[in-house]
Write a protein that binds this ligand. Sequence first.
Ligand code: SF4
Ligand code: SF4
Length: 297
Amino acid sequence: MWTSLKNKAKDLGFISLGISRPIRPLYFDSFQRWISEHKHADMRWLEKSIEKREDPSKLLKGCSAVISLAFPYSSEKPQTPDGFCAARYSSPQQEDYHRRLKKLCYELTEIITEAYAGSRFKVCVDSSPIMEKTLAISAGIGFMGKNTLLIIPGYGSYFFLAEILTTAPMEVQAQKPVGNLCGDCTRCIDACPTGALRGPFILDASRCLSYLSIEHKGKIRTDVARKMGRCFFGCDRCQEACPFNNGKTGADVSLPSTEEILGMDNKAFQRRFGNTALARAGLEKIKSNLEAVKHCS
Ligand code: SF4
Ligand code: SF4
């Protein structure tokens, strides 16, 4: 069954998968410390879900295994014809990855059900209280880089993570977690324009451009906008600097012009971006970010 699952996952486009037990995740203490030091900015929902993050089986009664999966996104950065850009993962030409990957994961559950009839599942794609990176490490998928992102040796970090929690009594062979392979490198920390990477493995979300340009509700301050360069949604600089991404780069002019975006009303925004990852920030936030970076560029 594991071989069929792996083959099907590969056919669906996943680049890696692994399995672990739903036990207290690796580095959970570091996560708790990060919260207690208020490095999570105003993402209060993280405080409310600590118990579930500590015990993945709280997300699915009777959970016996967690399958972690990695799905690639393009290394080309979405760009407007006049050179303003958004984070790679937010491709405006694709359906929002939350929905896209959930559908693919549910296709995989069919294989598990064939082997273990009556199994139950919970599929998580970046919106459930689960420590997806450390579970992926336990499943042998990759290691945590000093930029706090999961890195797959030989591939890099341009991918999404998803998890299938299941009650199926699947065999879980203990994996030796992939150890950190950063060595003496500090390129991500050096490249971070705001000092959000306070040191190896320490992210201060309140300074992170990715948080400030997507999750944060307020307006972008001028001093922050200056550090965003021409990127108005997210920030990939600590990934671009990483040698594991092999200098993969490039732009994809898939965004409308800045004039068109700034002239959109909600109806036009929904029509153009409603199904994409850009919708997460909402029209007002996107317009406000774009105005801020245009003003400073
Ligand atoms: S996403 Fe940008 S601002 Fe955030 S840690 Fe990485 S380089 Fe720094
Ligand atoms: S840039 Fe260097 S230190 Fe940072 S995650 Fe990549 S290899 Fe590790």
